[in-house]
Every structure is written in C-alpha cells, then in structure tokens.
Write a protein that binds this ligand. Structure first.
Ligand SMILES: O=C(O)C[C@H]1C=CC(=O)O1
Length: 92
C-alpha cells in the first residue's frame, strides 16, 4: 500500500539545542533505515519550510501508524496521510 505523507515539524523553542540535535540525529538514522529497507522510498523537502513530502510503501494502515508514531520527531510533528490508489490512466 502506498501513502503520501506530509510532515510539518515544530520543535519548541524552549527545547535545549543539544536535545534537539540528538533527536534529529536519531531521526535521521531511523529514516535512513526505513529508506534502506524500502518502506520509505521517497522524501522531499518542502522549499522554505521545515516540512517534507514522503512516499511510504507498507503492508497496512497499522504498519504505517507504527512507522510514523516511531519517528523520534513524532511528538513535534503534524502529519497528514493520503492513501494512494493506482490511477486508471497510469501506463506503468
Ligand atoms: O527533516 C524532516 O523533514 C523531518 C524528519 C523526516 C526525516 C528526517 O530525517 O527528519
């Protein structure tokens, strides 16, 4: 199952810089692990925003929920999920 996911990150300004940097480093590792195993095949920065658009390929809604709620930055994110279906005009 394919999903388009938008993540908007809002780290509170009172979070100590070292703590924020550590969370971002762990987030990067977590994200790249999912990219390597094929469940997070695309991630794109939204120009000018601390946001991304990503494509996830997972087996179920529950798996996507587990993946997203496991993001180290999850407590500081607003997340929008759009399930994707094959377009009838797609030639692939
Ligand atoms: O930077 C972001 O968009 C938030 C998050 C998603 C992957 C990652 O490494 O950080």
């Amino acid at each position: 199952m394919l999903f388009l996911v938008r993540m908007d990150v809002n780290i509170p300004s009172d979070l100590p810089a070292a703590e924020a940097a550590e969370i971002k480093a762990v987030e990067k590792e977590y994200s790249q692990g999912l990219q390597r195993d094929g469940r997070w095949p695309h991630i794109w920065r939204v120009v000018g925003e601390y946001s991304n658009y990503s494509i996830f390929e997972v087996a179920s809604n529950d798996e996507l929920h587990d993946v997203l709620s496991g993001l180290p930055l999850f407590p500081y994110m607003d997340i929008q999920v759009t399930p994707l279906a094959k377009h009838p005009s797609d030639i692939n």
